[in-house]
Design a protein around this ligand. Structure first.
Ligand code: NDP
Length: 450
């Protein structure tokens, strides 16, 4: 169920659908943004001139390449690598790399499109891009992961650079993979060009708080959103999907601010712990042992349940923070959450709620923070990492976290105020889309038809 869009944008959407056949996530992302722009164009007709919106929907460059690599048995595998350089009106392309079997060019385009608006919301000089591979890292040894990353970078390195395109991590790409990717870049170019990739380890040019930034940032956003209604986290019951980078630091920050997180998941199932998730144990299992979330019950015993083939969103909670993957929270899930007394949703993942789910939340008056605003803390801290690399400086954890909190509060206020200004108070989806669009459109308008 998709929202109606202004008549003016129908031919644009039709062209996107015809030109990007079958790429349904990309169509969905474009549809959502176009659905927010009706009000803007009546106030700013100049942004509909010179095919600006059509240009915004077409990536500047799409690179697809072969990634051959050899496993520990000596067998050769071929994966497909992608980098979509979506929009550089505001700065060098910036966005993560995703290694996951579901990756295809449509997924990378949807992520690159979303990233363009997200990066604009941060107010920093970064354009939008995204990349990755259909490689499934699950079950491979460290050496295999290293060989894959080296082969991937052997092609990617020609297309990136501090002033061109700066990748980072995403699903399946964490600190280990960033290390191997940067190592190969350094070897191929014979330069210690730390500003070419973010999410690096602290010993080789990384920033404090980058690991925690997306999760912490999402919680800061939700904290500010709750405050608009006079609510806080104290004593609230929360559910967070996933148990990867974003989920772990979302849970950690929620707990530190007084919430009780009762469930988290991976793609096999979820755990529910009524005593509150033991985040140190989750980190031990997921970050150190690279294990599965069901191992949590082996360590915690009977008070914990592990459930397969069922939706985590059927667990009653006040606050839901989907932090795994796109379209993981459906209309049915949304109805159940609302019935169970939900007050707020903060999207840690990119586009995790389906359009139907978003409609249900908004019609029920639930506070809803869309991913492109709520999870911008990761890329914002990546931009802080770039700043530190450029000035050969490094800031303390406290200083960097203070900057992150300030950026997230600023993004919240921008979305909130933009929604008010455009006559849709409390609609953070439209607020984020309009505010992000205005920044990108202004820059594109100034730069001419390129
Ligand atoms: P990770 O690879 O660290 O973790 C992903 C987690 O999601 C894993 O626990 C994975 O489980 C789980 N997962 C994947 N598919 C499903 C599914 N179908 N159902 C339930 N769980 C699933 O990735 P990140 O934490 O980095 O990314 C999570 C989301 O946040 C993505 O949407 C990403 O685009 C977004 N994001 C990430 C940022 C970052 O800085 N890392 C920045 C902004 C957004 P399993 O191990 O079984 O696959």
């Amino acid at each position: 169920m998709l929202n109606k869009i202004h008549d003016k944008f129908v031919p644009i959407l039709n062209q996107v659908i015809a030109r990007n056949n079958g790429e349904k996530e990309f169509h969905q992302a474009i549809h959502e943004v176009l659905g927010s722009l009706g009000h803007v164009i009546s106030r700013h007709p100049e942004y509909a001139e010179s095919a600006l919106i059509e240009r915004l929907c077409e990536p500047e460059r799409q690179i697809i390449f072969r990634v051959p690599w050899i496993d520990d048995q000596g067998d050769v595998h071929i994966n497909r690598g992608f980098r979509v350089q979506f929009n550089s009106a505001l700065g060098p392309y910036k966005g993560g790399l995703r290694f996951h079997p579901t990756v295809n060019v449509g997924i990378i385009k949807f992520l690159g499109f979303e990233q363009t608006f997200k990066n604009a919301l941060t107010g920093m000089s970064i354009g939008g891009g995204k990349g990755g591979s259909d490689f499934n890292p699950r079950g491979y040894s460290d050496r295999e992961i290293m060989r894959f990353c080296q082969s991937f970078m052997t092609e990617l390195h020609r297309h990136i650079g501090e002033y061109i395109d700066v990748p980072a991590g995403d699903i399946g790409v964490g600190g280990r993979e960033i290390g191997y990717l940067f190592g190969q870049f350094k070897r191929l170019t014979n330069r210690y060009g730390a500003g070419v990739i973010t999410g690096k380890g602290l010993l080789y040019g990384g920033s404090q708080v980058r690991t925690e930034a997306t999760g912490y940032g999402a919680v800061y956003f939700v904290e500010r959103m709750l405050a608009t209604k006079g609510y806080g986290f104290d004593g609230r019951r929360a559910v967070v999907s996933g148990s990867g980078n974003v989920a772990i630091y979302t849970i950690q920050k929620l707990i530190s601010l007084g919430a009780k997180v009762v469930a988290c998941s991976d793609s096999d199932g979820y755990i529910i712990d009524e005593d509150g998730i033991d985040i140190d144990l989750v980190r031990e299992i997921k970050e150190k042992q690279r294990g599965r979330i069901k191992e949590y019950i082996e360590q915690k015993g009977k008070s914990v349940r592990y459930v397969e083939n069922s939706s985590i969103w059927h667990i009653p909670c006040d606050i839901a923070m989907p932090s795994a993957i796109q379209n993981e929270l459906t209309g049915d899930d949304a109805r159940t959450l609302v019935k169970n007394g939900l007050i707020a949703v903060g999207e840690g993942a990119n586009m995790p709620s389906t359009p139907e789910a978003i409609n249900i939340f908004q019609e029920a008056g639930i506070l809803f923070a869309p991913g492109k605003a709520a999870n911008a803390g990761g890329v914002a801290t990546s931009a802080l990492e770039m700043q530190q690399n450029a000035s050969r400086d490094s800031w303390t954890f406290e200083e960097t976290e203070n900057r992150l909190a300030k950026i997230m509060h600023g993004i919240h206020d921008l979305c909130y105020e933009t929604a008010e200004e455009y006559g849709v108070p409390g609609d953070y989806v439209k607020g984020a889309n309009i505010a992000g669009f205005l920044r990108v459109a202004k820059a594109m308008h100034a730069l001419g038809v390129i």
